[in-house]
Design a protein around this ligand. Structure first.
Ligand SMILES: NC(=O)c1ccc[n+]([C@@H]2O[C@H](COP(=O)([O-])OP(=O)(O)OC[C@H]3O[C@@H](n4cnc5c(N)ncnc54)[C@H](OP(=O)(O)O)[C@@H]3O)[C@@H](O)[C@H]2O)c1
Ligand SMILES: *[C@@H]1O[C@H](CO)[C@@H](O)[C@H](O)[C@H]1NC(C)=O
Length: 275
């Protein structure tokens, strides 16, 4: 039988996800440049020729690890650096040139050099209230993210990619959505040459650790026809491909906001190079 804690968590998560669904704000912000899918292989080749360097925050997470894999598979950058709180180990040959900077996120200013010299940055950092408490959540999802973005900007990063969430809204009364909206706005103030903000709905993936609410939501959305789920959920790999297809495409403005539907559209591409 399910214990009361687990049941409580499920109920809380379901209520939260229902609210998340209602607060989705489709279509706000600049529309991304939807590069002609046929143009992508050429765009990708042109991008590779520029020998750019990239850093990834959160490369051990569900989204970050798929992002790293896909970046290596597509061979998009001449230098790949992971910035994280611990060193990761990889078996595969494809990972052998990946650089790693281990930092203390509580003293990020001491690690400014880790953020220097990257053309592009991806931030897939995040925790949850249930893992870290309300304070810990704000510390990671707002303070760590913002400080990292500041250091990246100071270090010469031109294009910052921020993984946010559907419904992000700095005036929301929900801590999660409020923090996501606040950090988006603050990163925007840093005035990167290009800022791409991704707002996926429920991420569909096979998470190892148990998050009962997320699991239920995933079962639910996973069982819906694509057209229904399109506003609310998206497979992690689609988010990652949308990020990378957007990366190699010309920017559609200094700030690009990709809602769940735009992510599905841009990330659903069959002819990506085999991993
Ligand atoms: N899950 C969803 O349905 C959903 C939907 C919309 C948006 N999002 C957002 O998408 C982002 C990524 O989600 P995800 O599910 O891919 O994340 P995840 O699997 O939980 O991974 C989180 C990453 O952040 C790092 N991290 C967490 N706490 C940290 C701390 N205290 N100090 C340093 N690093 C820390 C983790 O590193 P360690 O491995 O070292 O812990 C990991 O690399 C999050 O911001 C999330 O809010 C999620
Ligand atoms: C990128 O690297 C390749 C191979 O090292 C080199 O031929 C090319 O000129 C470089 N391109 C730029 C823009 O630096």
């Amino acid at each position: 039988m399910l214990g009361p804690t687990v049941l409580g968590a499920i109920v809380a998560a379901l209520v939260a996800s229902m609210l998340l669904l209602q607060s989705g704000d489709e279509g706000s912000g600049a529309a991304p440049s939807m590069a002609d899918k046929e143009a992508l292989p050429k765009l990708r080749e042109d991008f590779k020729m520029q020998n750019k360097s990239v850093f990834i925050l959160g490369a051990s997470g569900e989204t970050g690890k798929v992002l790293l894999k896909e970046i290596l598979g597509q061979n998009l950058f001449s230098k790949v650096t992971l910035i994280g709180r611990r060193k990761l180990t990889f078996e595969e040959e494809a990972y052998k040139n990946v650089n790693q900077e281990v930092v203390d996120f509580e003293k990020l200013d001491d690690y400014a050099s880790a953020f220097q010299g990257h053309d592009v940055g991806f931030c897939c950092l995040g925790t949850t209230r249930s893992k870290a408490g309300a304070e810990g959540f704000v510390r990671v999802d707002r303070d760590y993210v913002l400080k990292s973005a500041e250091l990246a900007k100071a270090g010469g990063c031109k294009h910052f990619n921020l993984l946010s969430s559907r419904g992000a809204d700095k005036s929301s009364s929900f801590l999660y959505l409020q923090v996501k909206g606040e950090v988006e706005a603050k990163v925007e103030e840093l005035k990167f040459d290009r800022l791409s903000v991704f707002r996926p709905g429920v991420l569909l993936c096979d998470r190892q650790e148990s998050r009962p609410g997320e699991w239920l939501a995933r079962k639910f959305f996973g069982s819906l026809p694509d057209s229904w789920a399109s506003g609310y959920a998206v497979p992690v790999v689609t988010v990652v491909r949308a990020m990378l297809n957007n990366l190699v495409s010309p920017s559609s403005g200094q700030m690009e906001l990709l809602e769940n539907k735009a992510i599905l559209h841009l990330g659903k591409e069959r002819d990506v190079p085999k991993l």
